[in-house]
Design a protein around this ligand. Structure first.
Ligand code: AMP
Length: 193
């Protein structure tokens, strides 16, 4: 079983790359952002709660996010492995994920970090916002707040996964296909081990 965390700032290409990786390796893709957006469009209580944070570019509180993630894993136990996209985003989430997986005799195989400069990411997000309609992609102030949340709460996870020997940095700039090749080279290396 192979379980990948796709790591990176908003706009780094996690969702795009997850789409390719999930079919190549037959993994189940869990994006907590997509799950929240699904709840919002279904107007669930969780959706209403999440929306108030997402609209500002703030992280949704840990416990509700962790519970939602666990439910998504539990609903897909037949999967060959998972791609976690946009989760974990805090140390508490990362610890909860490790504990939850180990209860199931599972573990994270690798954390693959897509790296790109902020100005490139802002440009990508503003472009995406024009077609996606996502409110949090259309306003530079909200985007900057998402980067602040990332720098303050998510960036420390690099050290968390480095300490486990699982952190791999990937150049996230270039053609989509080129970046997919960089990721698959890393994953193929892990599969051989
Ligand atoms: P994303 O689609 O991954 O860019 O996430 C969009 C928004 O959903 C984020 O800005 C957060 O408000 C919320 N969100 C997604 N994943 C998480 C998470 N793991 N922890 C907290 N908030 C999250």
């Amino acid at each position: 079983m192979i379980n990948i965390v796709l790591f990176g700032k908003p706009g780094a290409g996690k969702g795009t790359q997850a789409e390719f990786l999930k079919s190549k390796y037959q993994l189940f893709h869990i994006s907590t952002g997509d799950l929240f957006r699904h709840h919002i469009s279904n107007k669930t209580d969780l959706g209403m709660l999440a929306q108030s944070y997402m609209n500002k570019g703030d992280l949704v509180p840990d416990q509700v996010t962790i519970d939602m993630l666990k439910e998504a894993v539990d609903q897909n136990t037949e999967a060959k492995g998972f791609i976690f996209d946009g989760f974990p985003r805090t140390t508490q989430q990362a610890e909860a994920l490790d504990e939850f997986l180990s209860e199931k005799s599972m573990s994270i195989s690798a954390t693959l970090a897509l790296e790109a400069d902020d100005d490139i990411l802002i440009d990508r997000l503003i472009k995406r916002g024009k077609t996606s309609g996502r409110a949090d992609d259309q306003d530079e102030e909200k985007i900057r707040n998402r980067f602040d949340e990332y720098n303050n709460k998510t960036a420390p996870l690099r050290a968390f996964y480095e300490a486990q020997g699982k952190f791999h940095s990937v150049n996230g700039i270039g053609e989509i296909e080129e970046i997919t090749q960089r990721l698959t080279a890393l994953i193929d290396g892990l599969l051989i081990k």
